[in-house]
Design a protein around this ligand. Structure first.
Ligand code: NAD
Length: 405
């Protein structure tokens, strides 16, 4: 944030932002091709505990991943490591969103599983450092935030492709104040829009989805949202077999609660802020933010995490041990698919479906009326190990479909 005294100073501040963004977008145009995991001798998976409830729920997800990948680890194909130091205490002490040594360590892993990290806000006693998450997305150019929400019972099968490196969030710390005027900047670039929209179309194509929705407010926010919609027109022309529609964010938010209309949505692609809000709303249908994982994907690196934060209130109220690790487990399933092991990802998802939606032998309530993270982790592990996992899952899906008709 900058406090300026004159319009000339404000203009200079804006000029510096434009220069930095022009340089960033030039780099985006020259991004390397995506990592081919099948060609790697060793895939390195880094675990970052994070803050608050993070380390405990990350540990549950790690336990399941290590079990699923035991064979690959024994063969030297996969290696796990722990990344220390991405904690609010260390970040505050070093005055950096991501301390240099931690960033260097993170860069040695192609994929990371990250627990939520606390971002200081005014008045909470921590210095005003940037969000570690936003910094990581920028540093590693993790442009696609992919957030799936599935509730078979309600006919919901949505995948959100949220742009992760631009929009209001990218320049959220660079606004300016001139007297009583407060201005933030919103940036949407053509290459930045095209690459996220293309990722969404490619996903729709690979997963045989027959529709795609591009969400903006281009009728009002004409320059930036207009550019996003225009990029969709250009990229969409390369995928003639996938029809797409433009929707406005306000009516889209309403339609997600319309039981008749919402089941028709499949893949949605949105600028950063709309994507953040809409996917949090969507996660509520699945059982709350504690149940939803997400992927942050770039061409070289990828980071998998929960969609929620470090839940400091759960920690101060002594309820941290009741945090739901489901979000981190779902993120781990996405990680497995990303590194070329979709069958293992599916196995983990099926175990999660049974434990959190169908059989629900134990309930997570976020307090002592429900199970602990550890108990839930044990339940998923035991379900995943059972020889009849696939048939139990199929029977549950069929029973639900029968009940719905
Ligand atoms: P939050 O998501 O941390 O928590 C809000 C509420 O959601 C909690 O009080 C709790 O009731 C519930 N909740 C969240 N995760 C849960 C889980 N796994 N199990 C059960 N209940 C759960 O949101 P907040 O309080 O707004 O943010 C706290 C901190 O986290 C802030 O510093 C914020 O900046 C940060 N944050 C980090 C990330 C990230 O690292 N990706 C994302 C969002 C917020």
């Amino acid at each position: 944030m900058a406090e300026v005294q004159t319009i000339a100073e404000a203009t200079a501040h804006f000029g510096a932002i434009l220069e930095a963004q022009a340089a960033r977008v030039a780099k985006v145009r020259q991004s390397p091709p995506p990592t081919d995991f099948s060609a790697l001798e060793t895939i390195r998976i880094g675990i970052i505990g994070g803050d608050g409830i993070g380390p405990a729920i990350a540990a549950e997800a790690q336990r399941l991943l290590e079990e699923l990948l035991a064979e690959q680890v024994a063969a030297g194909k996969v290696e796990f490591g722990t990344i220390e130091g991405l904690t609010i205490e260390n970040r505050a002490a070093q005055g950096k969103a991501i301390p240099d040594d931690v960033l260097a360590d993170i860069r040695t892993y192609q994929v990371t599983l990250k627990g939520p990290t606390t971002t200081p806000e005014q008045g909470d006693g921590w210095p005003n450092i940037e969000s570690a998450n936003v910094a990581m997305r920028k540093e590693l150019d993790l442009f696609a935030n992919v957030r799936p929400v599935r509730v078979p019972r309600l006919g919901i099968d949505w995948t959100f492709f949220r742009e992760n490196t631009e929009d209001l969030y990218a320049l959220g710390s660079q606004g300016l104040t001139l007297g009583d005027l407060n201005i933030d900047f919103r940036l949407i670039s053509r290459p930045g829009s095209e690459r996220i929209i293309r990722a969404a179309f490619e996903f729709a194509q690979a997963n045989h989805k027959d529709s795609l929705t591009v969400v903006t407010k281009a009728n009002v926010v004409k320059t930036t949202d207009g550019a996003f919609l225009d990029a969709a027109r250009k990229v969409g022309a390369d995928f003639p077999e996938i029809p797409w529609e433009g929707w406005y964010i306000d009516i889209m938010t309403a339609k997600l609660v319309d039981e008749k209309r919402r089941t028709a949505f499949g893949v949605m692609v949105l600028p950063n802020l709309y994507g953040d809000i809409l996917s949090d709303e969507a996660a509520e249908f699945q059982g709350g933010v504690g149940t939803a994982g997400s992927a942050n994907i770039g061409t070289e690196f990828a980071m998998f995490e929960a969609i929620h934060g470090s839940a400091p209130r759960m920690v101060t109220e002594g309820r941290a041990q009741y945090a739901n690790p489901g979000s981190m487990i779902r993120a781990s399933a996405m990680l497995l698919s990303h590194i070329g092991l979709p069958a293992l990802g599916q196995k983990l998802d099926q175990a999660m479906d049974l434990c959190s939606q169908y059989e629900k032998k134990i309930e997570m309530t976020g307090r002592d009326t429900g199970a602990t993270s550890r108990e839930f982790g044990d339940y998923v592990l035991e379900t995943m190990r059972s020889a009849d996992l696939e048939s139990r899952w199929q029977a549950a899906v069929d029973a639900e479909a029968a009940a719905a008709t």
